[in-house]
Design a protein around this ligand. Structure first.
Ligand code: NAP
Length: 333
């Protein structure tokens, strides 16, 4: 039996990987009655129309937001303040306004001042993504079994509950926390790993003699996984580092201290020290897999994805998958 929709009209602003996945997932799970799509780029909207993943995608902000009881901003973090200011006059009273930005403190600071009275703002961040961008990269199962973190402001309990139900309908697990906690936790679990990947691939690139052939040729080893992360969207990640500066710098300082300690172990030939650390980190990997946040497959399950980062079974419009294939393992963002 099809479940009742939770919202009448979902308006999405920014139809890239996350926005287009939300459109597909909301439709596949009948979470909303209608979907309107907005994007700064006419070519993205044209593609959204071709893919038929929204009911309205004509670039008319007033029309898209008319009667929308749920509005989710899916642009890069650095654009969210300007987007909130632009759409504010069209938001309807009682609507829930949310976002998917990878940083929360800065998003609250940028968006909250533009939220009109009667509109309920609930910031959110789904920990789901891939290194691909744009409306073709999205897929309906992206949020299955992934966490969606809500960082509510005071006094919005009813809206928080409604938004949590929406994300659960899309297959996500939901937890609430403060913006500060979110930004610190994500700095170490997501932002720093990306910074390290960008750095190691950049360092290899500087070693021109090596990169000319060997880096590509022998990248079946650990380097290959770093190149995948380092292929992530430059605009999105530039904004993440600019907008989560304090937490990232704090984690980077800790990381540098631990790296120096590791360097000391190697210099002193302390095999036991190295062995102990590697044993602890191996156990952490096991618990990540046990908690369903990744697969134990040697290729991290990426054999189940096509070249655009979507499940091989996915087709345009993404009807709900009936294939027994387990959900793909998008990296946690
Ligand atoms: P994306 O694929 O690059 O999509 C972003 C879309 O927003 C693009 O179509 C972009 O158009 C559009 N856009 C940019 N500025 C805009 C504006 N002012 N008004 C309207 N549309 C605008 O990025 P994404 O990966 O979906 O990321 C979107 C958000 O999700 C970011 O805030 C990111 O932090 C968050 N997030 C991402 C991931 C991930 O792994 N990718 C995971 C969780 C959360 P143009 O292409 O023309 O610029």
């Amino acid at each position: 039996m099809t479940e009742e929709p939770l919202f009448q009209k979902l308006a999405l602003v920014g139809m890239g990987l996350i926005g287009s996945s939300l459109a597909r997932a909301a439709r596949a799970h009948h979470a909303v009655e209608r979907i309107a799509a907005l994007d700064a780029s006419p070519s993205v909207l044209a593609r959204v129309r071709e893919l038929r993943i929204a009911d309205e995608a004509d670039g008319d902000a007033a029309g898209a937001l008319r009667d929308a009881d749920l509005v989710i901003l899916c642009t890069p973090v650095g654009a969210l303040g300007a987007v909130a200011r632009e759409i504010a006059p069209y938001l309807q009273r009682g609507a829930i306004l949310s976002d998917v930005g990878s940083v929360k403190g800065s998003v609250v600071a940028q968006v909250a001042p533009h939220v009109p009275p009667g509109v309920r703002f609930v910031p959110a961040h789904p920990l789901a993504g891939t290194e691909f961008s744009g409306p073709d990269a999205g897929f309906a199962t992206l949020f299955h079994n992934r966490w969606c973190l809500l960082t509510p402001l005071a006094g919005e309990d009813e809206a928080v509950e409604a938004l949590a139900e929406f994300w659960k309908r899309l297959g996500a697990r939901v937890e609430t926390m403060t913006t500060e906690h979110h930004d610190l936790a994500l700095a170490i679990t997501s932002h720093l790993p990306h910074l390290i990947a960008y750095n190691i691939v950049g360092t290899a690139d500087h070693l021109e003699k090596v990169t000319e052939s060997e880096v590509i040729k022998f990248s079946a080893s650990g380097f290959r996984d770093f190149t995948r992360i380092a292929a992530s969207d430059p605009t999105m990640w530039r904004d993440v580092f600019l907008h989560n500066k304090a937490a990232v710098l704090e984690m980077l300082a800790r990381f540098n201290a631990d790296l120096s300690a590791l360097q000391g172990l190697i210099e002193r030939g302390d095999g036991d020290g190295l062995f102990d650390l590697f044993t602890r980190t191996r156990a952490i990997r096991r618990s990540v897999v046990e908690q369903g946040q990744d697969t134990a497959a040697p290729d991290f399950g990426r054999g189940a994805l096509n070249e655009g980062g979507r499940p091989k079974s996915a087709i345009s419009g993404d009807p709900p998958s009936t294939s027994p294939m387990r959900d793909p393992p998008p990296s946690i963002r």
